[in-house]
Design a protein around this ligand. Sequence first.
Ligand code: G3I
Length: 490
Amino acid sequence: MKTTTKLLSYLMLIVAVIFLFSTCASKNGSAETAKTGINIEKRSLILTIGASEKLNFTLSPEAEGQAVTWTSSAPRIASVSNDGTVTALDYSVRGESRFTSSPATGTANITAKTADGKFEDTIIVTTTTQGTIDILTLPPMKDQFSSYFLIGNIFNRTDARNNEIVNQRLIHHFNVLTAENDMKPEYIAPSRNSYNFANADRMVNSAIASGFKVHGHTLLWHRQNAQWMTSMTRSSKENALAAMKKYITDVMTHYKGRIYSWDVLNEAFPDSVTENDDWTQVIRKAGDSQSPNPWYVSIGADFVYEGFLAARLADPEALLYYNDYNLDTIGKATMVRNMVRDVNARYRQEYPNERRLLIDGIGMQSHHNLHVSEAHVRRSLDMFRPLGVKIAISELDVLGQGWGDFSRSGGSGTNKQSGSSVTNDGIKDQAWFYNELMTLFIENADIVERVTWWGVTDSQSWRSAGLPLLFDSRGRAKPAYYRVIEALSQ
Ligand code: G3I
């Protein structure tokens, strides 16, 4: 009987030791996969195109101290560097693959091997156009681009509370903010000589308290005007001029010292202008494709100079911008160049002791799509450079498709539908176009002082159907984010 008991207790001891070993070994996740030699900790990886991740590994005593080499079975899907950093590619080389139908995603076997060739471990990396990494875990864009230009975005009422910005995504990545709507004429000047600054003040004060610069958008426009402004189309020149100058003076005085720069005039030219037009004759008027600029209709082309002059006199510190879209097109770019040239020449003549330009800068809104050419954006920058102005990329977004596809997918104007028709290739080519644009802006950083995106996540965008931004609706980085950052190292 004694022998049996002894035998039983030995048996139980052995079982306990085995159990103990297997439990503690599995705690570090290596038991089920632990092998002698080399062991890659992550057993599989899904990586967004453009993203990189370093693979950590352990060496067992048999392989201790050995050098490790890394290989990829599909180096154009996922490359791997000597230190085990995997980068998800997309079958393309910068500038080669736009509009091609190369598959954007795939899988690659990533293998780590010891120098003596005795041990190796392989995992599968799958690349995707979907976001996988959260926006708040990525290095701040404002810091990564700090030696080149300000990095901005738009904000709305819900982003500001208790005198601070509460949107962590804005705080993390951006250092200048533009009110998407709340500083537009219809909101702050609902009737002549009376103003409603409450919402805008709360937003502006919160932004400043949270360390942001604020860009004012916008004083003179053909859209989102208060009714009293729209009715100026029926006013005498004298009355309209007095009303415009007082409105600008009142608003700029109210914000004096708090607004870093202003869009004094927005979108003065219709899409139909050509490079042969006389800018003073083609500003938006009744009968154009969109509504007229009421100040132009009542005052004439002088409203441009008079508007900027009133702004300068009201707040001499603020940078004064002219802002417009489609400035990659030769017609609009030429009209803007000629207008800025002539207005600044008149200012120099009338204020010979003033060293500054009256129009300090041109805002290139940059609401782009995949059929816009980087060469045309470059051409416009080269056209504006001799003016001596600053450039702001003021409302950047890039549809993941061509304009025709976007409008066919039901997207138009302030479309808020879900983006169903953007393809994998569209997301891939969007990333490359963002890369081309950021490379161009870095090359021109001596005059480009700000790059502002018109939204943080696709679902927030005024044209969300085209998935135009760097982060998806869940706030995860798309390939476009990584290609924007990649421009820093090109
Ligand atoms: O404020 C009203 C709200 O009271 C009402 O309940 C709601 C009903 O639809 O409409 C709200 O107004 C909307 C406003 O955004 C605020 O959300 C307008 O309908 C809507 O048309 C307006 O869209 C804005 C658009 O400008 C108007 O032109 C977009 O948010 C804004 O992103 C967009 O921004 C413009 C820039 O200012 C200039 N460059 C082009 C850019 C895109 O259009």
